[in-house]
Design a protein around this ligand. Sequence first.
Ligand SMILES: [Zn+2]
Length: 382
Amino acid sequence: MKCPRCKNENKLYFYEDTKGIYCRKCIRFGKVYVNQHIVSPQVYKPKIQTKIHLDYELSDVQKDAIQKVELLYEHHNKVLVYAACGAGKTEITLQQIQQHLKDGKKVGYAIARRQVVIELAERLAQAFPGVNVIKVCGGYTNVIDGDLIVCTTHQLYRYHKCFDLLVLDEMDAFPFANNEVLQQLAINACCGKMLLLSATPEAQHFQEVKDGYMGQVSIFERPHKHPLIKPKIFRLPSILQYVFCFLCVMRHKGKWIIFLPKISQVELLEKICRRFIRCRSISSMTTDKDELMAQFNNGDFQIVFATTILERGITIKGVHVAILHGEHVVYTKASLIQMIGRVGRKFDAPTGYAYIFCKRKTKEIEACKKEIIMMNKKAKHV
Ligand SMILES: [Zn+2]
């Protein structure tokens, strides 16, 4: 017995009602019976002529990567773009999207987090003037078809065998990573090519490349040609981590994101610090995240205390990063690279500071440092 949607074969997930046997593993996306044929929705596929509009010129490395992706599609249906944080991976996808739209093919752009869907939809609408870019995520599900669909990976269940090109951005991010149901939904939604983007791919992705199932393009140079920021690591007892962190904040003016592993810690630190410094905290419990980040971007306050919720998908000009309790299990190599990757992303602010404060250096910290050094070595820098 097999679920026609999530392909589950574990009998513990199968239940029976008056109509037949159904799967509970993927039930949050609606009830599916094992003998049911999943029907693809009607999606409109007009031929759309559009020009790519960018306010800046692509770097030679980005142009090379775009060409390599095109060449790899001659022999692969899946291509992995392994790009350093801030290397401009979205730009690598634009030509493929343009070509597919021109040929009357459906393009989907999926990413794990809702906030990034909203930002990406805006960016893509600017890059493709005249193209109806729609966002499909929590709060935006009335319209589900448009010229170009940007959605959360959760929403892919709506698009069974719809996309001739499916861009899967940050496929190593929570909750997509290690979620078999979401991963199967992505496979189901794609009936053509897949383009996977990540700054921190997992071992399984590299294995797929090695086994010849997927092509790979690497891009480690940021468009402004400055290297990734190498973190300074301090081994200290907990209390001294806070002291040294605030010395760093006082020494280097500008905005700071200070990462802590727990929601209770970010909230407590905000309570203590707001008496003498302009600061806020952000976590999954924060209700006005968008507004708060806009204020931070405007410089309304200097420090944001954050959980890993801010590790990806945000660009703040001139920001520095400090990570406290760096030995905590919540900090994997990928999340450390992503957090440090927030620094130096802008052309007019390509540098900054990144610190990891920890009781002891974990394997994850060592691996993060090693990988940043590797990426910097492979990139050409000024
Ligand atoms: Zn299922």
